[in-house]
Design a protein around this ligand. Structure first.
Ligand code: GLU
Length: 510
């Protein structure tokens, strides 16, 4: 029977959400929506030593910002609740015990110092940190080396213990990966991983299999770093008797550093000056703030678009995709096998494209926020929308809207240095004449003003080109911005006159 498509994003709440993590969510999400299936959020918080307060809420906020709302999860609930593994603790032990009964797992009573001494005894030059596996298993204190009575006594006495998988020796485990095709492992190379810890919590390896089974997950997409654990998971599906219900796997390629090999890390971002997390993350222990794409001024549409293209394409040259288009076109067989190098300049290109293509109504709330963050409260939406339309082509990041728009709303500090050297009485006369012209008109159109400005320049025997930069510096404060007459038309007659007068005062003092 064909299972309904059900995918999951299963983060451990250990800190900020890395680009690679968001891309994993995205591919899960696109796949689910494409197939009309469900997208589940499951919080894998069984490793209490790595638990970080606030990380789960942060992950949920990131998904919200990206527009990828889970159909089921700790917030929305669902038929397979709870969706936090720590709250499912009691469910796991029975399966671990079942594996012990069928001989696929065993109790291990080794104390930390015994594990340490094993590593000392068995280490060689070729193998400096030996694993707990079939080679050493019988040398250790576990239910394989002890008699049944000894084991029972230890259990009855409540001696702390874990349950480990008994990895078979020299068998080949093969499974089909949707990206890599057939993948095989020799079981002798894999250690006897802990399945249930001494505190009764399952490890990731046990919990992921049980929850994927109980939550009827049909496809499991996760980062490539999990590939070496796949044989453990495949064997657990088999040993628990659920082999025919195992999800289809896809191990997603890594996002690589831009300069060199290996996975892109937060440190690479710090070193090269770009964010690696989706949103700002404040580590509650160290109080260290790690910057995110959102706060830097990325639009979620652009962030998602950029991530989708890091390791996937639809077979054409198209690069700009809305989420709806991505949902329509996405397929796992077009995900690349090799890792994709992250390119921050390209990421910014995507954002610039999205800003240019977005309507003022889409940009309005974000621009308002950027301005508010900089102490500017704008209530006239109509005015702000016209300003946005005038300047959006010049903004690569949403935060650029502050510099590009603030002079529309407040008189700028005028840096007139660039024109001071060539200033003369004629130019002052020209601008005074221009003020008189402005005072006399009521209809304030950019094109008319420009024509009048040029006429007046000719009358004063000055090339209009020599007067444009001064006017720009007067109105904008610097050498940038859209057409000066468009700016004058928006700030209005009185403010235009005011700014010219302010500048003339400064220039006459020079
Ligand atoms: N909890 C694992 C992680 O945070 C999830 C891996 C998986 O999706 O199976 O990477």
């Amino acid at each position: 029977m064909k299972k309904n498509v059900r995918v999951r994003f299963a983060p451990s709440p250990t800190g900020g959400l890395h680009l690679g993590g968001v891309r994993t969510v995205l591919y899960n999400y696109l796949f689910a929506r494409h197939a009309g299936g469900e997208f589940v959020l499951r919080i894998e918080d069984t490793d209490q030593t790595r638990f970080v307060p606030g990380a789960e809420e942060y992950i949920i906020k990131c998904l919200e910002w990206c527009g990828m709302k889970p159909d089921e999860g700790p917030v929305s609930g669902g038929p397979y609740a709870p969706y936090r593994q720590s709250e499912r603790k009691e469910m796991y032990r029975q399966y671990a015990e079942q594996l012990v009964k069928t001989g696929h797992a065993y109790y291990a009573f080794d104390r930390p110092e015994e594990l340490e001494s094993m590593r000392e005894r068995f280490k060689t030059l070729e193998n400096p940190s030996p694993q707990y596996d079939h080679k050493v298993r019988l040398e250790m204190r576990n239910s394989c080396s002890l008699t049944l009575e000894e084991t029972e006594t230890l259990l009855e006495d409540g001696v702390p213990h874990v349950i480990r998988i008994r990895m078979p020796e020299n068998e080949t485990v093969t499974f089909h990966d949707m990206i890599r095709g057939e993948v095989s492992f020799n079981t002798s190379l894999v250690d006897d991983k802990v399945l249930l810890k001494a505190d009764g919590m399952p490890t990731y390896h046990l919990a992921v299999v049980i929850d994927d089974y109980l939550m009827k997950i049909s496809h499991a997409f996760r980062g490539e770093e999990w590939l070496p654990s796949a044989p453990v998971h495949v064997l657990l599906w088999k040993y628990l008797g659920w082999e025919d219900q195992m999800p289809q796997w896809a191990h997603l390629p890594l996002i690589l550093k831009p300069d060199g090999n290996g996975k892109l890390s937060k440190r690479d971002g710090d070193r090269l000056g770009f964010p690696v997390f989706a949103m700002n993350w404040l580590d509650p222990k160290s109080n260290e703030l790690t910057k995110g794409f959102r706060e830097l001024g990325f639009m979620p549409e652009a962030f998602i678009n950029m991530l989708a293209m890091l390791g996937w394409n639809d077979g054409t040259d198209q690069e700009i995709f809305s989420v709806e288009e991505l949902i329509q076109r996405f397929s796992i067989d077009r995900v690349h096998k090799g890792g994709a190098k992250f390119d921050f300049e390209k990421a910014k290109w995507f954002n610039h494209e999205w800003i240019k293509r977005s309507d003022a109504s889409r940009l309005l709330p974000d621009v308002k926020q950027v301005l508010a963050d900089n102490g500017l409260t704008i209530t006239d939406d109509k005015l702000l929308s016209s300003v946005i339309n005038l300047v959006k082509d010049r903004c690569t990041l949403l935060t650029d809207f502050h510099t590009q728009t603030k002079f529309f709303f407040e008189t700028p500090a005028q840096d007139l240095e660039p024109v001071k050297g060539k200033w003369n009485e004629e130019k002052t006369k020209f601008f005074n004449a221009f003020i008189t012209y402005l005072e006399g008109i009521s209809d304030f159109q950019a094109a008319e003003q420009e024509a009048a400005f040029k006429d007046l320049a000719t009358q004063h025997n000055i090339k209009p080109g020599e007067l444009m930069m001064p006017l720009r510096l007067m109105l904008v404060g610097g050498k940038f911005g859209p057409g000066v007459f468009d700016i004058a038309a928006i700030i209005g007659k009185n403010e235009t006159i005011h700014r010219i007068q302010l500048a003339l005062q400064q220039l006459s003092l020079a």
